[in-house]
Design a protein around this ligand. Sequence first.
Ligand SMILES: [Fe+2]
Length: 202
Amino acid sequence: MGLSAAAMPDTQLSMQAIHGLFAAHGASQYAGEPVTQLEHALQTAHLAEQSGADDELVAACLLHDLGHLLNLQVTGPNDTPTLRGVDDRHQRVVLPRLQGLFSARVLGAIEGHVDAKRYLCFAREGYFERLSDDSRRSLALQGGIFSACQAAAFIARPGAKDALRLRVWDDLAKQQGLATPTLAHFLDRAARCTSACPSGTG
Ligand SMILES: [Fe+2]
């Protein structure tokens, strides 16, 4: 299986294929930030783990930008879609590839992490001003800051709390040289909450 399976559209990824995606594309620069895609994923999962997050939320943190890696299979290394005015819809592209492997809770946190940014821009004083340039560019492409009605609808969603927690760690996971546990460590934690294992707690 491995990467050849990962390259096939709309097939469910295995844990081995996810490892293959990080091995093949993890060294690509995270758009406009001083970290690679792999470093960003590890730092997000690490911050979650340090905060006592359970396996499902750690898995969502590790995999929240996996859609970028799937897109890089097509566009090549160091692509920055936002500079071309493109929303790569990475939070949704990855969902059919993880469906059946991870729970609805994990998928919901991944899908919600973009809307969580739109929500926090509306709800949290100073949040927008702290976003990186690339994150501001993508915000505009993703629909911009939520209105009061959109924010109310978002926060009422079942997975909103997870998505917001993920988003805060996501925003902090752009630190050059930050030491983290290994990819194997976080893949092990993610594997514990795959469909082969009992579902984690909500
Ligand atoms: Fe991210």
